[in-house]
Design a protein around this ligand. Structure first.
Ligand code: DGJ
Length: 760
């Protein structure tokens, strides 16, 4: 359908355009619909529990009308009326909450698109032209007729969660070249208010995922990465709540995340009229993208959602959306196998005999995937050399990787290997052959970090080489998993192969090639899973997540620090992708000692891995590890695919923290409780479970810890939710975990596939 031809063209779509999981969960709304009211010139999207509406105003601009809880089908939401000019300083263009604004006319707010033409014109006024609905997506064309520039807006809708994805395609139809100075994927306009607060995530290496909250006041806040990749200084996620009412389970929350793994920006602006606008896309810093006549630029997708059930529900909607619509295995979730990785135990000292010994021990403990980390290739005995030379080091593995891989498979585990394909050490054969393959400016210094430089993946020859090397590695070895690392940010991002005015295209072309390599590898080797690691959690976003199966949130494996790291992570991303290792004590990051119990329970909140030197474990520790791994296998579907409730927050170094995960069908809940530091003789607070079936009966069993005397073995969901459970946690670094199994049959179906011990 293109353009409106009837008085009221109501186009109703079938079930989810992104997800087919909606029908399985009775709590979810059954479908989504996109309507166009031709008389009012209003577009309306209903999905999940939300309604989103915008209209074409009298000036032809696309104006947001509503974004919030689901409205009645016959509620009128238009027409969009052009706001009055408030004063000569507040022009109409700036008071209009535009869906996608060009920088032109009298506009003073941050535009979505700013460009300049070869003839010097920098004025761009985008007006509605047409729409079409195709494959469940809404496409709208805006244009500046005189300048001959069009912008194709795309709206995709997830029927289950009400999360919308918006992106833009900028096309140059003029006869002259233009250059894009900034390009957003979308702007999200919120209702006017003065009591908003913004939540965002910030951090640095080994200290990622700190949750911060600040009131929104007139002025701008920029969340961004100028680093060439996602970064951990800010993550590309936001949540905005009406102040005073924000709470885990109550209050209005608008939230979103960008699907882009390069430099990005989310610009949050509150103007003096209390209009709040969230604009996200490519980071305009050092950005310049020329378009010859006939060329176009596609932006990333900016996803966003709304709930009136608090920040806890906002996270759960995102988790559900990631599992059903983003991850490669979508709409089903593939559960994470229990993994062993020797990085913290051996660092670069990997060799055939040592890895075989570790593999035997790991298998005996119940591990399902064995991963060889850094050090297996080239002259890689430290971080000074070898990156780029992806050939097996024959001193460490005289017969290649095959004997170890066969051994690992023979032990019933899948085999994984570490790679860092985008990097090169100057001390490597690759760099000696191709010194021009790295990001650099001609005749200028090249600044190494961790003794390595960044390969310019934007170059066709470089990305072809990287693909071939990995394709060969996977074709010649029976590998089921790659840990894909990325251990530095960009510096000197020049691309001297191209004309000077073309070089900044590197910010876009690099990421497109990265995605292309990942996509092609997955197609050629469908049995291989990939982890996104960037010296920890510096490349976690909805873009990379579409092509990788799990992420490494942090190199900080201290189980106490991890509680905050994992909590912060959970605001934006699903426990289903969050890997967490049990490592040695004292921990290498901070020398803190902790019990094996505390380490296991902290790691069991995500995808469980072991990273300790297990050859040094005592028989008692082995027995304990075996029991925890077995227990984890019995709860991992709940932990990884269940609904997460944050009961007590570990943020701001709080001493007590607790989480609960509930299976989608209500059949099981798992409660984790932690005490970092006991205070005087204070009792641990009563924990009230959430999300259980009130009328059903649940039997509790402790994985570890003590429940208060008199705690019933079995009680109703209502009892556990309203009476709660008292656990006895004492001293420093104490922990408990309790499983609640519903007694009786399940009422709905699960949407996960269980992993096998050998996922080949
Ligand atoms: C950084 C990663 O985060 C670590 O887990 C490890 O793989 C090292 N790189 C290896 O160099």
């Amino acid at each position: 359908m293109s353009r409106a031809t009837s008085y009221l063209a109501a186009v109703v779509l079938g079930l989810s355009t992104l997800s087919s999981a909606a029908a399985a969960n009775p709590q979810e709304a059954p479908g989504s619909a996109i309507h166009f009211d031709a008389a009012q010139r209003v577009f309306r999207i209903d999905a999940g529990k939300i309604t989103y509406a915008f209209g074409v105003n009298g000036d032809g601009a696309l104006q947001t009308l509503y974004w919030g809880s689901r409205l009645a089908a016959d509620d009128l939401l238009g027409p969009a009326s052009v706001p009055k000019e408030r004063s000569s300083f507040d022009p109409v263009g700036s008071n209009t909450p535009q869906e996608y604004a060009g920088w032109g006319g009298a506009i003073t707010v941050m535009p979505d698109l700013k460009l300049h033409f070869a003839d010097g014109n920098r004025d761009l006024v985008l007006r509605y032209d047409s729409y079409r609905i195709e494959n469940g997506s809404l496409h709208i064309t805006l244009q500046d007729r005189a300048a001959k520039v069009t912008v194709g807006l795309r709206y995709v809708v997830d029927a289950a969660t009400g999360i919308l994805g918006r992106s833009a395609r900028i096309e140059n139809h003029a006869s002259q070249a233009l250059t894009i100075d900034r390009a957003a994927a979308a702007s999200w306009n919120l209702p006017s208010a003065t009591d908003y607060s913004l939540r965002y995530l910030t951090g640095t290496w080994a200290s990622e995922w700190h949750l911060r909250t600040r009131p929104l006041t007139p002025g701008a806040t920029e969340l961004e990465s100028r680093r060439g990749s996602t970064g951990d200084e800010n993550n590309s996620w936001f949540a905005i709540e009406r102040g005073g009412e924000w709470n885990e389970s109550r209050g209005r929350v608008w939230f979103g995340a960008l699907a882009w793994s390069g430099s990005w920006s989310i610009h949050i602006d509150q103007d003096v009229l209390n209009q709040v606008r969230v604009t996200g896309g490519f980071n305009p810093f050092d950005f310049s993208y020329p378009l010859e006549p006939g060329q176009s630029l596609q932006t990333p997708v900016f996803y966003a959602g709304y709930t009136d059930e608090g920040i806890g529900e906002a996270s759960r909607l995102l988790h559900q959306f990631e599992r059903s619509s983003i991850l490669p295995a979508r709409p089903q979730l593939k559960l994470r196998p229990v993994l062993y990785n020797s990085w913290e135990a051996t660092e670069f000292k990997v060799n055939e005999a040592g890895q075989q010994r570790l593999a035997e021990k790991a298998a005996a403990l119940g591990v399902e995937r064995f991963v060889v980390d850094d050090g297996w290739f080239g002259a890689r005995n430290s971080d000074h050399a070898g990156l780029g030379d992806w050939v097996v080091n024959r001193e460490k593995f005289p017969n290649g990787l095959k004997p170890l891989i066969d051994k690992v498979h023979g032990l019933g585990m899948s085999f994984g290997l570490w790679v860092e394909p985008e990097m090169v050490n100057p001390d490597s054969d690759l760099y000696r052959q191709h010194p021009d393959w790295v990001l650099h400016f001609e005749g200028r210094q090249r600044s190494p970090a961790r003794h390595q430089l960044v390969l310019n993946l934007a170059r066709e020859d470089v990305s072809a080489h990287v693909f071939e090397v990995l394709d060969q590695l996977l074709s010649q070895n029976d590998i089921q998993f790659l840990k894909w690392d990325y251990n530095r940010n960009w510096s000197e991002p020049g691309w001297p192969q191209l004309a000077p005015e073309q070089q900044q295209k590197v910010y876009v072309a690099y990421v497109h090639h990265l995605y292309d390599i990942l996509r092609r590898l997955r197609e050629r080797h469908p049995g291989v899973e990939i982890e996104s690691c960037s010296g920890g959690g510096a490349r976690v976003d909805l873009g990379i997540m579409g092509l990788t199966d799990e992420v490494w949130p942090s190199d900080n494996t201290d189980p106490s620090d991890r509680l905050s790291i994992q909590d912060g992570f959970s605001y934006a991303y699903a426990p289903a992708v969050m890997m967490s290792w049990v490592t040695g004590s004292p921990n290498w990051v901070n020398r803190r000692s902790s019990s094996l119990d505390f380490r296991f329970l902290s790691s069991m909140q995500g995808g469980l891995g072991i990273g300790a030197n297990i050859l040094e474990w005592t028989p008692a520790e082995d027995a304990s590890a075996r029991a925890y791994i077995a227990a984890y296998k019995g709860i991992r579907a709940t932990v990884q695919s269940g609904r997460l409730y944050r009961l007590l927050s570990p943020q701001e170094r709080a001493p007590q923290s607790a989480t609960e995960s509930v299976q989608a069908d209500g059949s099981q809940a798992v409660l984790f409780a932690f005490l970092r530091q006991g205070q005087e003789a204070q009792a641990y607070p009563t924990l009230y479970l959430q999300g259980l079936d009130s009328a059903a009966r649940y039997r509790q069993r402790l994985i570890h810890g003590k429940a208060a005397v008199g705690t019933p073995e079995m009680a109703s969901g209502a009892y556990w939710m309203h009476h709660g459970i008292d656990l006895s946690l004492q001293g420093d670094l104490d922990a408990a975990a309790v499983v609640f199994d519903r007694v009786g049959s399940s009422t709905s179906t699960s949407t996960t596939s269980t992993s096998t011990s050998r996922d080949r």
